[in-house]
Design a protein around this ligand. Structure first.
Ligand code: AHR
Length: 493
């Protein structure tokens, strides 16, 4: 099978915002306790941070880390998680029906972010919390000493402001499951007030309003429109979330997930243009796709009022990894729209990294994130793809090839997913405005669709070296069936 990708160095969608390589760390299951934080474990440092987890996460190059939720944030009192650990209260966690010990809180998270070398993205509680409560957290984190909450930060060991730049105004407030769920207009009023109060204290911050928690919601886009119309002047981003799954054992449709992700991005591009037009505004609001992943096996879990229960511990296979690749490739193709995105989540809970007391396991979805995060840089080129199609139950006829490309100086990176399950394909790539000078490398992620990295077989799915060649001025990249390829090439003008 053969497909072509035509690129033009002048035809791009803008500079890639590194913040699309973000993650989410939520107080949920074993994500925090027994995940990133495990005091007393010989693998942890003197603050209780698991060193092996940090080492596993660092290569992923997370640019931002969203925290503390997720659903958890909507009934969380951040003040419970600061100060001397022995006086912090144990609380029931409304979202996951677990016991929250509050031994890890805002200061620990911000210290951990510094250790990981990532920027924090803090979510405030707009469920049971008030705008004032949110502004106090901003004061605690970002204001110089001299006022009560900033002084509390200093007393807790951090005299210098943290300078947290990115703030989520709640989480999935359109969802009936969310603590404090209210109609869009009510949420919008609270979010607007919180954003204005917070920006009044620190005008350098950016805020994210809650958009829809999924395309399947009855209020999809209507919720977002109402929120945007009310908050346009004070927010910088609207959020989108999606979790994918092979719910019906239909891999052909599942491997076409990129089609659905593209549609969501198209929906938001249209909505943002509409509201901007209605407002006759010069301002642009962008998309923060701050929860995305595969999640369909471990659904409906809750903690039965225990500490750090094992929840949402999905075991991922190759087809899940191919879907994750398509999320990132869709975000690259809409670099003009998607400025922030967070893989949800990072450790143990629907995560690329699983922990045991004595080590970590890297799951299949680790690899596409690693390959794309390390290689996608600079500007995002607009690919013109000519590909055979295949029939799917869910999306009709779909191109077998999914493609994205970036250009950073003279380095071109091309990402290719062969969605076909039967045949390998050769992708022929040409670039107007440049010639291929040297192939730096080709990485492949291939195997059987159901192959998983497990404790018994930790290396079942691993990146492998592929081949690529320049023939008659075109780059030829063989991509095996159900495979992902990332190729890097030096270009000359
Ligand atoms: O990531 C798991 C959960 O999914 C989050 O807590 C919530 O925001 C979403 O529904």
């Amino acid at each position: 099978m053969r497909a072509t990708v035509h690129l033009d160095t002048q035809h791009h969608v803008g500079t890639i915002d590194r913040r699309i390589f973000g993650g989410l760390l939520e107080h949920l299951g074993r994500a925090v306790y027994g995940g990133v934080y495990d005091p007393g474990n010989p693998l942890s440092d003197d603050r209780g941070f698991r060193r092996d987890v940090l080492e596993a996460l660092r290569p992923l190059g997370f640019s931002v880390m969203r925290y503390p939720g997720g659903n958890f944030v909507s009934a969380y009192d951040w003040a419970d998680g600061i100060g001397p650990k022995e006086t912090r209260p144990r609380r029931p966690d409304f979202a996951w029906k677990s016991v929250e010990t509050n031994q890890f809180g805002t200061d620990e998270f911000l210290a951990w972010c510094a250790e990981l070398r990532t920027a924090p993205m803090l979510a405030v509680n707009i469920g049971t919390g008030t705008p004032e409560h949110a502004a106090r957290l901003l004061e605690y984190c970002n204001l110089p000493t001299g006022t009560s909450w900033a002084d509390r930060r200093a007393a807790n060991g951090h005299p210098e402001p943290y300078g947290v730049k990115l703030w989520c105004l709640g989480n999935e407030m359109d969802g009936p499951w969310q603590a404090g769920h209210v109609p869009a207009e009510v949420y919008a009023r609270q979010a607007r007030m919180a954003s204005a109060l917070m920006k009044g204290l620190d005008p350098t911050i950016e805020t994210v309003a809650c958009g829809s928690s999924g395309r399947g919601m009855g209020t999809y886009l209507e919720w977002d429109r109402a929120v945007l119309e009310a908050c346009w002047d004070t927010v910088d981003y609207i959020s989108a979330h999606r979790y994918s799954g092979n719910w019906h054992g239909d891999s052909a449709s599942y491997l076409a997930e990129g089609v659905e992700i593209d549609r969501i991005l198209e929906d938001y591009a249209g909505l943002l243009a509409y509201v901007r037009g209605v407002k006759k505004s010069a301002k642009r609001v962008h998309l923060s796709f701050d929860e995305w992943n595969v999640w369909y096996r471990a659904r409906g879990d809750h903690g039965n009022w225990t500490e750090a229960p094992s929840l949402l511990e999905e075991v991922y296979n190759l087809e899940d990894a191919l879907v994750c690749a398509q999320y990132l490739m869709a975000f690259l193709r809409r670099a003009d729209l998607v400025k922030v995105a967070c893989l949800a989540q990072i450790v143990n809970v629907i995560a690329p990294v699983l922990t045991r007391p004595d080590g970590v396991l890297l799951q299949t979805i680790y690899w596409p994130f690693l390959m794309i995060s390390q290689q996608a840089k600079g500007i995002s080129l607009r690919p013109v793809v000519h590909s055979p199609t295949y029939a799917t139950k869910q999306y009709g006829d779909v191109p077998v090839l999914d493609a994205a490309a970036t250009l950073d100086g003279d380095t071109l990176a091309v990402f290719l997913v062969n969605r076909g399950q039967r045949e390998g394909m050769t992708v022929e790539i040409d670039v107007a405005g440049g010639a291929f000078a040297e192939i730096h490398g080709t990485d492949l992620l291939i195997g059987d669709l159901k192959d998983a990295d497990t404790l018994e077989a930790p290396d079942a799915v691993q990146p492998a070296a592929g081949t690529a060649a320049v023939i008659d001025g075109r780059l030829h990249v063989p991509v095996p069936a159900a495979g992902f390829a990332a190729v890097r090439v030096r270009m000359t003008g």
